[in-house]
Design a protein around this ligand. Structure first.
Ligand code: SAH
Length: 459
């Protein structure tokens, strides 16, 4: 490691210097150090020697712009997407897929060592996709206006400016088709796009969901007002053109907010839900259901969690942060009993429906904060042989970790979307008597810098 930077900032704005890139941040920026002072440099890759221009400095780190290469990484590739440099969706298209998988493994290793003080835990090579494109089963496309025309696409990096696109190569093909058709039709019929600044206009977002195993498609039209001029023409156009279309839903969101959908949802045509399967479990997905967006890798992730749980059929299992019960239902097939807990009530309703849909009667679900419900279960005398947690980015609540230590399950399986909080929480469990056996990163979001990993601990 380079010596830690102390006190004096060794560079100033507009300096141009040569650095070698040592690392990649979780945002996909290269890190080059000047006398220990880190500079974050977009588009630079580990191993590259570059000229960097300093664009900003703060006390502990700065930002730079890549000016010229002296040596390029052998893992550098030409990003296939024409708007990659502007769009905020992907961060790693300039790195080969092999390189991405290695970088994600390395990131987990480093964070476990640094934050978790766990340098010796085996971190397996990241399990990637055979075809790391066209995997997203859900697209939320903002609609806007530019030069008097309706545009749609994705937000630019750190902004709400829409980059107008006709295709996105990490989403399903059908999403491209819907996106283009809605844009064309809105232009033709004069349907006003939503104007975020003035809170005026009608069409805010089009959301497309796709059931990969069923081929079913749902289109959600999110509008500011209840009344939408030419709505029936829009519906007819979609019905005529979209193969697999199963559901068209209208959602009204009249709030000034970044949240995409509002509270009012009506079915305009077809069913209220589409279906999809992960492994042998079927799921009903409605417009607002939470559902994993990469179904192929979700199966890999859950198989890993299941394998790590080492169930024999006799166990009582707790699934904390269970969402719509996806992991719970997977585990229920191999356990005696599964108890799922999740804070969003609608998700718990979905979990119950999904259990019934699959004829699973050994899974129970309760809505509430995991850190309140599970301590109560413990007080009531409920036992757990295995506890699975799959928390949001901020990790597990401390009260939950304390309860896990008190309940003393044989095994804890930790599914994480943030290596930093994973490492922090593993340290707490280690200090309480558990040992982390192994960690498996799974690439749920190719071309982006998101890292997902499963860890197993034993008492
Ligand atoms: N295991 C699920 C969902 C994981 S995402 C799956 O694989 O599909 C994390 C989930 O934690 C979200 O559904 C979120 O609503 C839920 N959540 C967030 N804070 C929570 C808390 N304090 N208690 C319980 N659930 C919570």
């Amino acid at each position: 490691m380079a010596k830690k930077h102390e006190g004096v900032i060794p560079v100033k704005k507009n300096d141009v210097l040569q650095v070698t890139i040592e690392d990649l941040t979780h945002e996909g920026h290269g890190v080059g150090k000047v006398e220990g002072y880190p500079l974050f440099i977009p588009n630079a890759l580990p191993g590259e020697a570059i000229d960097v221009k300093v664009v900003k400095t703060t006390k502990n780190y700065g930002f730079g712009r890549l000016m010229e290469w002296h040596e390029k990484s052998p893992d550098r590739v030409e990003p296939p997407c024409p708007v990659y440099d502007r769009c905020g969706g992907c961060q790693l298209q300039h790195l080969s897929y092999e390189g991405q998988l290695k970088a994600k493994q390395k990131q987990v290793q480093e964070v476990l060592a640094r934050i978790g003080k766990l340098p010796h835990v085996p971190v397996h090579p990241t399990i990637g996709m055979e075809e790391p494109w066209r995997y997203r089963n859900k697209s939320q496309v903002p609609i806007g206006r530019s030069d008097g025309r309706v545009i749609s696409g994705f937000y630019a990096k750190r902004s709400h400016e829409i980059v107008d696109v006709n295709q996105c190569i990490i989403q399903e093909q059908v999403s491209d088709q819907v996106m283009q058709l809605v844009k064309e039709k809105a232009n033709e019929l004069g349907i006003q796009p939503y104007d975020e600044l003035r809170h005026k206009g009608v069409l805010r977002h089009v959301v497309i969901r796709y059931g990969r195993t069923s081929g079913e498609v749902m289109v959600v039209l999110v509008t500011r007002s209840n009344h939408v001029p030419h709505l029936s023409e829009l519906v007819d156009m979609l019905k005529e053109n979209i193969k697999g279309l199963t559901s068209i839903v209208h959602n009204v969101n009249n709030q000034k907010t970044n949240v995409i959908m509002g509270d009012q949802t009506t079915v305009l045509w077809g069913r209220e839900v589409i279906y999809d399967s992960i492994g042998n479990i079927q799921f009903a997905i409605s417009a607002r259901s939470f559902y994993q967006i990469n179904p192929v890798q979700t199966e890999v992730l859950y198989q890993t969690a299941l394998e790590y749980a080492e169930l024999t059929g006799e166990e009582s299992v707790v699934d904390a942060y269970c969402g719509i019960g996806t992991i719970s239902l997977f585990l229920a097939q191999k356990a005696k009993k599964v108890y799922g807990v999740e804070i969003v009530e609608q998700a718990i309703e979905d979990a119950k429906i999904n259990a019934e849909l699959n004829g699973i009667d050994n899974a129970e679900f309760e809505a509430g904060p995991a850190e309140v419900v599970i301590p109560r279960w413990h007080k009531e005398g409920k036992k757990a042989d295995v506890i699975v947690v799959d928390p949001p980015r901020k990790g597990c609540d401390e009260a939950l970790l304390t309860t896990i230590l008190e309940m003393k399950p044989k095994r804890v399986v930790y599914v994480s979307c943030n290596p930093g909080t994973l490492a922090r929480d593993l340290r707490v469990l280690e200090d309480g008597g558990y040992q982390t056996k192994k960690v498996q990163p799974v690439d749920m979001f190719p071309q982006t810098s998101h890292v997902e990993a499963v860890a197993v601990l034993e008492l």
